[in-house]
Write a protein of this length. Structure first.
Length: 306
C-alpha cells in the first residue's frame, strides 16, 4: 500500500515569502517564486543549447544566458499560472497542492489572467532580443505550455508532454546561439525530453494516492510497479543522447570527465528511489538542478577549449 502524508506539501510560505504583504505573497506563490527549482530546470537546457552551439564568442553566449535567465523566470511563472488555472479544481483535492492560491481561493481566475498577461509581456520583450529563428520557434513553445495541463486528462504520459515543454529551452538556446538547428540540437532536445520524463515521474510519485482517487493519469501511476527500471531507462537514454550530442558537437575532451560525473549523479537517484516516500521523491527531483549545473559546466569547458 502506498503511503501519502497529508501534511506533505512543496509550498514554501515561510522565510522571505512570509514577510511579504498577503496580496503580493499570493502572486509569489502562484508563480512558484518560493521554489526556484522549476526555473532552473527550464533554464538549464537553454544554457546547454547555448554552450553546445559552435561559432559563437564567450561574450555572446554570456549575454544569451542572461536573457534566457530572465525569460525562464517569466515563462516558468507563466506556465505555473496556466497550469493552476486549468487544475484549480483538481489541486483542491490533492493534499500537496490544496494550499495553492487558486485552489484555495486566495486569488481569482481574473487576477491570475492579468498576472499571466504581464508575465507574457516580459517573455515577449526577451524574445525580441533574440534571432528571428527563435521567433519562429516561440509559437510552438507557447502551444506546448498551453497543452501540458490538459495532457493528464487524456493520456497516461503527461510527464512526456512536460518534457517537450520544459525541454524546449534546449532548441531555443541552440538556435539563439548558432542561428540554426541541426542534428546536434535534435540529440540534445531528445536527451532533455527523456531526462525530464524521468525526473517528473519521480516528482509525480508524491501524488499517486490522490491522483488515483480523482482519476488523474500519470507515468508515475503507470510505471509504479516497475519504477526503478523505468527511471533507469529514462536517465540511461538521456545520458547516451547527451553523449552523442557532445561528440557530434566536437566538444573538447575536458568536457567528458565532468559529464561522466554528472551521469553518476543521475544514477545515484535510481539507487535511492523509494516511491513510498514522498519527501525523498521531492528531494531526488530537486537533485536534478545540481546535475544540470554540472552538465552545463561540462559544455562550457568543452566549448571554451574547442
Amino acid at each position: 500500500m502506498i503511503r501519502q502524508t497529508a501534511a506533505h506539501t512543496d509550498i514554501r510560505a515561510h522565510g522571505w515569502v512570509a514577510r511579504l504583504p498577503e496580496g503580493l505573497r499570493s502572486y509569489v506563490l502562484l508563480a512558484r517564486l518560493d521554489r526556484p527549482v522549476g526555473t532552473w530546470l527550464l533554464l538549464l537546457p537553454g544554457i546547454w543549447g547555448i554552450e553546445l552551439a559552435q561559432g559563437t564568442t564567450p561574450l555572446h553566449r554570456a549575454v544569451l544566458i542572461l536573457l534566457f535567465a530572465i525569460g525562464s523566470l517569466a515563462m516558468r511563472s507563466a506556465g505555473c499560472v496556466v497550469n493552476d488555472i486549468w487544475d484549480r479544481k483538481i489541486d483542491a483535492q490533492v493534499a500537496r497542492t490544496a494550499g495553492r492560491p487558486l485552489a484555495s481561493g486566495r486569488l481569482s481566475v481574473r487576477q491570475a489572467l492579468a498576472f499571466l498577461a504581464a508575465l507574457l509581456l516580459i517573455g515577449a520583450l526577451v524574445l525580441f532580443q533574440l534571432p528571428l529563428i527563435c521567433w519562429a520557434l516561440a509559437p510552438l513553445a507557447l502551444l506546448l505550455v498551453g497543452l501540458y495541463p490538459a495532457a493528464k486528462r487524456v493520456t497516461w504520459w503527461p510527464q512526456l508532454v512536460m518534457g517537450f515543454t520544459f525541454g524546449f529551452g534546449a532548441p531555443m538556446g541552440y538556435a539563439a546561439s548558432a542561428g540554426h538547428v541541426d542534428w546536434v540540437c535534435a540529440l540534445l532536445y531528445a536527451g532533455t525530453i527523456i531526462w525530464q520524463l524521468g525526473f517528473d515521474t519521480i516528482y509525480g510519485f508524491q501524488d499517486m494516492d490522490d491522483d488515483a482517487r480523482i482519476g488523474v493519469r500519470s507515468t508515475s501511476r503507470l510505471w509504479a510497479s516497475k519504477a526503478r527500471g523505468f527511471i533507469a531507462s529514462c536517465y540511461g537514454g538521456a545520458i547516451v543522447l547527451f553523449a552523442a550530442a557532445m561528440a557530434l558537437g566536437h566538444l573538447h575532451w575536458s568536457a567528458w570527465p565532468v559529464a561522466a560525473f554528472a551521469s553518476l549523479m543521475l544514477l545515484t537517484q535510481i539507487t535511492r528511489l523509494d516511491i513510498h516516500n514522498p519527501a525523498l521523491c521531492l528531494k531526488l527531483f530537486r537533485q536534478n538542478v545540481p546535475f544540470g549545473l554540472v552538465l552545463a559546466l561540462a559544455f562550457i569547458l568543452g566549448r571554451s577549449f574547442s
